[in-house]
Ligand binder design. Structure first.
Ligand code: SF4
Length: 480
């Protein structure tokens, strides 16, 4: 039985209980959100290593990291290293977008080792097996989807919303169709003169998904690839179809989230989120960025994290990271780290601004450690402790500087926090120091599990690490 079917029957599953614990909410609230389609728990019945998580606008904003090989780089060890890096730096889900060799082996290894949900885009494998996009058959497509479901994939991007009638709407675009899945399906429809096979077989796909409890991630194959194309007729025609497909999937007791753009000017981001929520009856919105300007290749983790923060503020439930390599090349491990940092910041900033209960406890705890010159505590609480420690120690490496009342930014003489503290009356500082024992403790936060520093949260999982060793520290702090 799928999570949504159980929820509709009034059952709180083990997975619902676990995500309620992680989010610090009532399990009955989780059940209601899943039952009415406002949240999803991607959890294939065959994914044994999974620690369940939830995606929905009423829960902490989540982030996804894309990994995967290409024809140019293909090996299982390298992919597991990327999985380890993504989980280590706090991703909530991982999409395996491999298009090179060993697709089955890589996918199985990822599912076997991953404590976070694994997503895929099955049309990629269908193209590989067919040899050419136009040679994909309905049977092959369903065979690929069924096999990946059986392998334990938790959610799949299905570009069923790209329809024949939508294609002419892209003719005047500045950058055409930029989604890989969207362009493959457009080619198929143009060369075969038939409707999108994912749309034509959607109810069969629903039945496969129901058997394994695979969650739909309804792809936005016509997403805008530049600011000029944002919010055009093609994008919104597809969105209307995605709303229709959302309701069809729900009729089959299958969980659904909906993917969104792309490249969108900052002033249009919130209205795009509102429109998706209306058209898709509140199904969780899973957005890629969006990038709010087109002019910064090499820095698109930043241009997109700005849009992602705005999207999460407006109700997007999960943010698909973009790395500095976007538009330029396949991300390496350092790009995965930088992309995830940008997106953890975006997600957390939105959670704080949206008043998510317990979200700001983390900020308060770090600020208190900062004012107390408790450097070790600052590093431990940082979103990326290793980076914070590394940067501090570049100029002041000695242990004696871990209690110093300054750092190299302003120096001892001009440290404003030291000057401020020295200027205060003795009694005032005594009171501040006496309060030290009452400092904010994120572990006591109502949302402790999701709001604590994410780095290394799942390092106890059985994923080979980049040095070839399997971490065993179930406490999960990378820097312990
Ligand atoms: S020296 Fe400047 S940056 Fe460093 S701790 Fe003091 S106030 Fe903060």
């Amino acid at each position: 039985m799928t999570q949504i079917a159980a929820a509709r029957n009034g059952t709180v599953t083990e997975e619902m209980a676990r995500v309620a614990e992680r989010e610090g909410v009532d399990p009955e609230f989780v059940r209601q959100q899943v039952a009415n389609g406002q949240a999803v728990i991607p959890s294939n019945v065959g994914h044994d290593a999974l620690d369940p998580m939830i995606i929905g606008r009423e829960f902490a904003t989540k982030v996804n990291a894309n990994i995967g090989n290409s024809e140019e780089t293909s090996d299982i060890e390298g992919e597991l290293e990327k999985l380890h890096t993504a989980v280590h730096y706090g991703t909530d889900t991982v999409m395996d977008l491999s298009t090179g060799s060993n697709l089955d082996e890589i996918r199985s290894a990822n599912v076997e080792h991953s404590p976070v949900p694994i997503g895929t885009v099955p049309i990629y494998e269908a193209v590989k097996r067919a040899g050419d996009a136009s040679d994909i058959t309905h049977e092959l497509l369903l065979d690929v989807i069924a096999k990946q479901a059986k392998q334990g994939v938790d959610y799949m991007t299905i570009h069923a919303g790209v329809r024949m009638g939508h294609l002419p709407l892209t003719d005047g675009r500045k950058t055409g169709i930029v989604s890989r899945g969207g362009s493959i399906l457009a080619q198929w429809m143009e060369e075969n003169g038939m409707e999108n096979p994912l749309y034509a077989n959607f109810e069969d796909i629903c039945e496969i998904f129901r058997e394994y409890d695979v969650t739909f991630s309804l792809g936005d194959g016509l997403r805008p690839g530049c600011l000029a194309d944002a919010g055009d007729d093609a994008q919104f025609a597809e969105l209307d179809t995605l709303g229709e497909l959302t309701r069809t999937a729900w009729d089959h007791d299958v969980q659904v989230m909906v993917e969104g753009p792309g490249h969108v000017p900052m002033d249009q981001v919130a209205e795009q989120v509102t429109r998706q929520q209306e058209v898709c009856d509140g199904a969780p919105f899973y957005v890629l960025g969006p990038l709010v300007t087109d002019v910064a290749p090499g820095y698109d983790h930043i241009t997109s994290a700005i849009g992602a923060t705005e999207a999460a503020r407006a109700g997007a439930a999960m943010l698909c990271y973009v790395t500095p390599k976007e538009h330029l090349g396949l991300p390496e491990q350092s790009d995965v780290r930088d992309g995830l940092a940008a997106y953890r910041i975006a997600a957390h900033a939105a959670d704080v601004a949206n008043g998510r209960e317990g979200a700001r406890d983390w900020d308060d705890a770090l600020s208190e450690a900062r004012y107390a010159f408790d450097w070790r505590e600052q590093f431990d609480l940082a979103l990326d402790p290793e980076r914070a420690r590394e940067y501090h120690d570049q100029t002041l490496p000695g242990d004696n500087y871990k209690e110093a009342r300054f750092c190299s930014m302003c120096g001892a003489e001009f440290c404003s926090m030291r000057i401020d503290q020295d200027a205060r009356e003795d009694g005032e500082m005594d009171a501040i120091e006496a309060d030290a024992d009452d400092r904010t403790d994120p572990a006591d936060s109502p949302a402790a599990e999701v709001n604590r520093p994410p780095v290394g949260t799942h390092d106890g999982a059985d994923i080979p690490d980049p040095d070839g060793e399997t971490p065993t520290d179930t406490e999960g702090r990378a820097d312990d």
